[in-house]
Write a protein that binds this ligand. Structure first.
Ligand SMILES: C[S@@+](CC[C@H](N)C(=O)[O-])C[C@H]1O[C@@H](n2cnc3c(N)ncnc32)[C@H](O)[C@@H]1O
Length: 462
């Protein structure tokens, strides 16, 4: 059968692909179906036809899979934030493990490693400690809003609709953040709506209000509100900070990041402290970390603790080891390992992250950690010590080939590889497999209702 764009078909979904789409094979030809899961019988419309595969959307759900549950969020199905809310959580965990195992086998040609069942997130909702809402003058209108003239199409505070860069879905509440975040968001929305100043337009790059970022410290139940604007206008933003200060004793910080850059990035060229502190403090594995508006910090604090405890177990430290922490960010892993190692040496490219790492060591009374600033591929060879154990936690793209080569030259006894991308994890472990045996891999779920998965791999020198 030849598949054509626009064609309607009735199919049974048999599998799930990385990215969370359902899969059906039609005479050996793979069709990826958005918002479908194995066990569904669906009528689909082909939206895109490529040489080796096609994409489709669900037109109607004829027989739902027994794995389906009702999605609690009213925005589910439209919002691109968490596309798996309708899938039973245990199935989500099983599919995530399957993606990790299949990537290792097919991309890295690693078949002997044990891939453990995914460790679940302690919280399935309300787990995010940071959520960023986009301000837009172009609202994605829902079918039920089309005829409602009370709904302005020039105002939206929420998330982008997948595939539509300039339109934003107005979000009344996001279930991934703790409930207080939604109350704060409501107050911020009312204030911005009643202000005289316009929402930002991503096409013309005009407008004032750009983003609203909410951060939560789980350990102390404190909040930070970061208002991102296109220009400095203290008269416009200070009353909002005062209002939040009056209404919420839990808000200990309100800052205003200002950015004239066209890129949709919330980190400002400058920051004004409108109220309280410039940072929040959260706790992981018993250590305190200061987090400022633009610092990187794992977005699921309890999930991070599970992840780091797995790293600690796999590092197998006795107190005598020199540990290298590659891609160390703000030093959270280095600090968590510091008490069990002789020394930990971190490598990180972002200057501010290294400064945070050094401050976090001071804050926690830790003196056996040191950090190298700069690109790992240039700095790794400058280290004075030889590593016994290496922790490698690269960004989604994985390791640069020359870094892999340098690691193989240093040949530490053990490597613990932390990854947020099963494909690059598998590729990099594949490059190291002649020198290292992959003993076990632990998937850790930090992002329920999304297809994202973190993994920790334990490698032993052969
Ligand atoms: C996934 S984060 C890991 C952060 C940290 N391990 C943690 O758990 O919080 C990856 C880090 O690698 C850093 N990075 C990316 N490319 C780099 C490079 N070429 N050299 C050094 N660091 C790099 C990023 O700035 C980021 O902090």
């Amino acid at each position: 059968m030849s598949i054509q764009k626009g064609q309607l078909l009735e199919v049974d979904i048999s599998d799930v692909a990385y990215g969370g789409k359902g899969v059906v094979h039609i005479e050996g030809f793979a069709v990826f179906v958005d918002q479908a899961v194995p066990g569904d019988r669906v009528r689909i419309a082909i939206t895109r036809k490529k040489k080796n595969y096609a994409e489709a959307r669900v037109v109607s759900l004829l027989q739902p899979s027994t794995d389906r549950v009702s999605a609690p969020c009213p925005h589910s199905g439209v919002c691109g934030g968490c596309k798996w809310q309708f899938l039973d959580y245990d199935r989500q965990l099983a599919y995530k493990r399957q993606h990790v195992a299949e990537s290792l086998a097919h991309i890295g040609l690693i078949k002997e490693a044990t891939v453990h069942p995914t460790l679940p997130s302690e919280l399935c909702f309300g787990y995010r400690n940071k959520v960023e809402f986009t301000c837009s003058d172009s609202r994605w209108r829902l079918p039920e809003e089309m005829e409602n003239h009370d709904v302005s199409s020039c105002f939206a505070l929420g998330f982008h609709v997948p595939g539509v860069f300039h339109k934003v879905l107005d979000i009344a509440s996001c279930l991934l953040q703790p409930d207080m975040g939604n109350r704060i968001l409501g107050d911020v929305r009312r204030y911005i709506q009643s202000s005289e100043l316009p929402m930002y337009c991503p096409r013309t790059h005009k407008g004032f209000w750009r983003f609203v970022m909410l951060r939560h410290s789980v350990a102390h139940d404190h909040w930070m509100v970061n208002i991102i604007t296109a220009a400095e206008n203290r008269r416009a933003v200070q009353p909002l900070a005062d209002l939040l200060n009056n209404n919420y004793p839990q808000i200990i910080s309100v800052v205003n990041n200002i950015t004239a850059k066209k890129a949709a990035i919330s980190a400002g060229e400058s920051e004004i402290q409108l109220f309280g502190s410039a940072h929040l403090t959260d706790r992981i594995c018993g250590f305190e970390f200061d987090i400022s508006a633009n610092s990187f910090f794992q977005t699921n604090s309890r999930g991070a603790e599970t992840l780091y405890r797995t790293v600690m177990a796999y590092a197998g430290l006795t107190g005598n080891e020199t540990v290298f922490d590659l891609y160390c960010g703000t030093g959270t892993i280095a600090i968590c390992l510091s008490k069990a190692a002789r020394r930990v040496i971190g490598f990180e490219i972002v200057d501010a992250a290294v400064s945070n790492a050094e401050k976090n060591c001071l804050k926690n009374g830790i003196s056996n950690c040191a950090f190298y600033r700069g690109d790992i591929k240039d700095r790794l060879s400058e280290a004075l010590h030889k590593p016994d154990v290496m922790i490698i936690d690269p960004p989604r793209d994985g390791m640069h080939k020359s870094v892999v080569q340098q690691v193989l030259n240093m040949l530490p006894e053990r490597i613990v590889y932390v990854s947020c991308n099963p494909a690059t994890l598998a590729r990099d472990l594949g490059l190291m497999k002649d020198a290292y045996q992959v003993i076990e891999v632990q998937p850790v779920d930090m992002f329920p209702h999304t297809f994202h998965i973190e993994s920790v791999a334990r490698l032993q020198k052969r």
